[in-house]
Write a protein that binds this ligand. Structure first.
Ligand code: SDX
Length: 394
């Protein structure tokens, strides 16, 4: 029978891999980074501390942290010729198009990074990518709104620097808010790494061929863009806006349950979590803090989100399918309240996930037995057959 064949007993999927970085228990809603629960890291740690943890396998002591933070700070600038890449983009280009292009182009300025087999070159590329993503993301935002680029300042924290590069204007410097900086830092922590998600698997597969870290991360950025993955935060906020008011929620719940309707409830469901995404809980609490700080509590969007969550969590369809809010459900509310346009949401996700991508890439390449990734397939096509000349074809 065409396409029928028996699997070689030794057939194993090359899609799975071993890692010591992140552990997820989807049934229990548990997420650990190097053994530390995500809610403890979000509440008690800082993003750069978590970056050190993901990269090195342990939390830094004070001296290690100061050295690491200083090294990141020293690499926040972009080569001035990078500014010219922007001239090729229309102002209304999607920010993820600009990010995908610019991350790959970064490698043009660091030719020694082409050798991904050199651990020190990879470590330096990791530092540069983590350090430069906020500067690049802020430039993308400034370019899209026609405002001048703002350079990083060494005395500011990672999150403060990013917010200032986004929101400072020549006429008035950005006023640092400790609450918003902490919320931004926590947003970065919650998006730092998540085991073998689609974009991380993309980075691993691209890097397994020997492609340098900038190319591998650019591939991860492209994959994250999809609305089923990192693009969900943008799609979720657009959905909440489309719902608009609490009384329209049943209409959208019905659409989400209708198999003939491709509509999905954005920010709900997950390939792995069949329980509440632990990141969503922290994100919800952060959303309330940000809205309180900005004095915009109880916005229509937050009311819709809270009511939508309550209805969905009590709906037999979502209960039976084990669909819970995920990391993207509340993140858009935070970013929207901070003043970011929805098109920038996935750029911020990519900024934060860069440390996870490079940590997982390094873990793979540090393994001397590592070989090029080569997922196999289950062939369901035609069995072997002889060619027929065109003159004999009906
Ligand atoms: C991220 O992998 C990661 O770790 C990703 C991520 C990370 O940090 O890297 O966590 C980030 O990508 C979070 C997910 C963001 N995406 C969204 O919020 C988009 C909306 N969610 C859906 O597209 C969906 O839930 C997925 C893509 C996330 C998962 O899809 P699956 O694997 O099909 O989900 P499932 O197998 O659990 O679905 C079970 C059933 C299916 O129906 P049946 O085939 O059984 O009839 O539930 C349905 C699905 O069709 N379903 C939904 C739904 N999600 C799944 N129905 C309505 N609304 C939804 N959101």
């Amino acid at each position: 029978q065409a396409g029928v064949f028996t699997l070689d007993p030794g057939f194993t999927s090359t899609a799975s891999c071993e890692s010591q970085i992140t552990f997820i228990d989807g049934d229990e809603g548990i997420l650990l980074h190097r053994g530390y629960p995500i809610d403890q890291l979000a509440d008690q740690s800082g993003y750069l501390e978590v970056c050190y943890l993901l990269l090195n396998g342990k939390l830094p002591n004070q001296t290690e942290f100061k050295t690491f933070a200083r090294e990141i700070t020293q690499h926040t600038m972009l080569h001035t010729q990078m500014d010219r890449f922007f001239d090729g983009f229309r102002r209304d280009s999607h920010p993820m198009a600009m990010l995908t292009g610019n991350v790959g182009a970064l490698s043009a300025f660091y030719p020694s990074s082409m050798d991904s087999a050199d651990p020190e070159e990879r470590r330096l590329a990791s530092i540069r990518l983590i350090a430069k993503m906020p500067t690049l993301a802020a430039r993308i935002y400034k370019y899209s709104i026609g405002q001048p680029f703002v350079n990083p300042r060494n005395e500011l924290s990672y999150a403060e620097n990013f917010l200032r590069m986004c929101f400072s204007v020549p006429a008035e410097d950005y006023k640092i808010s400790p609450t918003l900086s902490k919320a931004m830092d926590r947003f970065f922590i919650l998006h730092a790494d998540h085991e073998q998600n689609a974009s991380t698997s993309t980075v691993r597969l691209a890097g397994s061929s020997g492609a340098h870290p900038y190319a591998a991360v650019a591939a991860g950025v492209a994959c994250l863009w999809g609305p089923s993955h990192g693009g969900a935060n943008e799609a979720c906020l657009n959905m909440l806006r489309e719902i608009g008011s609490v009384d329209r929620i049943p209409e959208f719940i019905a659409r989400a349950k209708d198999k003939s309707d491709p509509f999905r409830l954005m920010g709900f469901g997950h390939r792995v979590y069949k329980n509440y995404d632990p990141r969503a809980k922290v994100m919800q609490q952060t959303a309330h803090e940000v809205l309180d700080e900005l004095g915009v509590r109880d916005t229509p969007i937050l009311k819709v989100a809270m009511e939508l969550e309550k209805i969905a969590l009590n709906d037999e369809y979502f209960i039976e399918k084990k669909l819970y809010p995920n990391v993207d459900f509340y993140s858009g509310i935070i970013l929207d309240a901070m003043g970011f346009p929805t098109e920038m949401f996935t750029v911020l996700f990519a900024l934060a996930r860069t440390v996870g991508w490079v940590s997982q890439l390094n873990e793979m390449l540090d393994d001397p037995t590592q070989r090029i990734g080569r997922p196999r397939q289950i062939y369901t096509g035609e069995a072997m057959r002889d060619f027929v000349p065109v003159s004999q074809r009906s």
